[in-house]
Design a binder for this molecule. Structure first.
Ligand code: DAH
Length: 323
């Protein structure tokens, strides 16, 4: 009896089709099946044993009959041999995650500079006034600060307005030569519109060594822009002012899209100012280098024809899933 039960419990739930089920029925439940044979053997027992064993046999028969009925329902279903799976139903959609469009642009920029031997660093978004302004040659009352108003934690601590403070932090902890880029989020007290956000992203670059010249800056920046926007991209360098570079330049590039073309401003750059080297504890007489900074949103907007900077922060999947 025990063997019949064990094997029935094993075989009925596993049977896959009607002929298989019929074979199990014949083995266990049919008129000459194993349970019937057991019933026949009752005749040879004492009356008391016959009664208790007969009861157990009846329970076994009910149990195996129920197993058979369940298996019959299952194999009768034309749709499936597996309970709970209906292959005729439409599939469930799979959502494929991907990096934010701004992260994709940052990754591309990082890859280009890695190819030139640059490393990657990141720094604090809550920064000291000392690194964000003072060490970058913006003294306390310098008017250049007006262009970068920000959110202050207290007089000495603020949300950084640029990734440039990492120039000094890196130079303080690492000896030259330095080749590094610093992607990161920055903050400004801006009135919001299609081209101004109160938080956005920059990539800073810094190259420090002996005998670095403007030629290195121009060659590196031009190479970078050609990698990012195509080999025919032209770059133009215009004199400009930043407190932490001397000389400073604004870099324009020639851009053509949708039938329009023209020079557009793409990044700031310059030769690192001696005062910045001094603030980092380096000898401004013997140390040379160039730096640059560009806006990630700007690049993404040009690259993809995006017209409103606010779209990057809205987290609308209808926008994000296009990239
Ligand atoms: N930090 C500047 C800004 O936010 C951008 C910049 C300009 C960075 C020139 C530089 C640089 O490293 O050399 O406007």
């Amino acid at each position: 009896m025990e063997r019949v039960r064990r094997e029935a419990e094993r075989d009925f739930p596993a049977v896959a089709d009607r002929p298989g089920l019929d074979a199990l029925y014949a083995r266990d439940l049919a008129r000459k099946g194993r349970i019937a044979v057991l019933f026949d053997q009752l005749a040879g027992l004492e009356p008391a044993a016959r009664r208790t064993t007969g009861q157990l046999l009846n329970e076994l028969k009910q149990h195996v009959t129920a197993l058979h009925a369940a298996a019959a329902t299952r194999v009768a279903s034309p749709r499936s041999t597996h309970r709970g799976l209906d292959p005729t139903l439409p599939g469930r959609p799979h959502w494929l995650a991907r990096p934010h469009v701004l992260s994709q642009v940052v990754d591309e920029i990082v890859e280009i500079f890695k190819g030139l031997g640059f490393g990657v660093a990141d720094g604090p978004e809550i920064e000291l006034d000392r690194y964000n302004f003072e060490a970058l040659n913006f003294p306390a009352d310098h008017p250049a600060r007006d262009l970068q108003d920000t959110f202050y934690v207290d007089d000495a601590v603020l949300l950084r307005t640029q990734t440039s403070p990492m120039q000094v932090r890196i130079l303080q902890r690492q000896p030259a030569p330095v080749r590094v880029i610093v992607p990161g989020r920055v903050f400004r007290n801006e009135a919001l519109d299609a081209t101004h956000a109160a938080e956005f992203n920059q990539v800073e670059g810094l190259y420090v060594d002996a005998h670095v010249s403007m030629v290195d800056l121009k060659a590196t920046v031009t190479y970078f822009l050609r990698q990012l926007f195509g080999p025919r991209t032209a770059a133009r360098f215009k004199p400009h002012f930043f407190p932490f570079t001397e000389p400073s330049v604004d870099v324009d590039m020639w851009f053509e899209a949708g039938g329009k073309s023209g020079w557009i401003e793409i990044m700031g750059a310059g030769m690192v100012h001696p005062n910045v080297f001094a603030a980092a504890g380096l000898d401004p007489e013997t140390t040379t280098g160039f730096a640059f900074g560009l806006g990630v949103e700007r690049v993404a907007m040009l690259r993809h024809g995006i017209g409103d900077i606010r779209a990057f922060l809205e987290n609308d999947v209808r926008f994000l899933s296009q990239f």
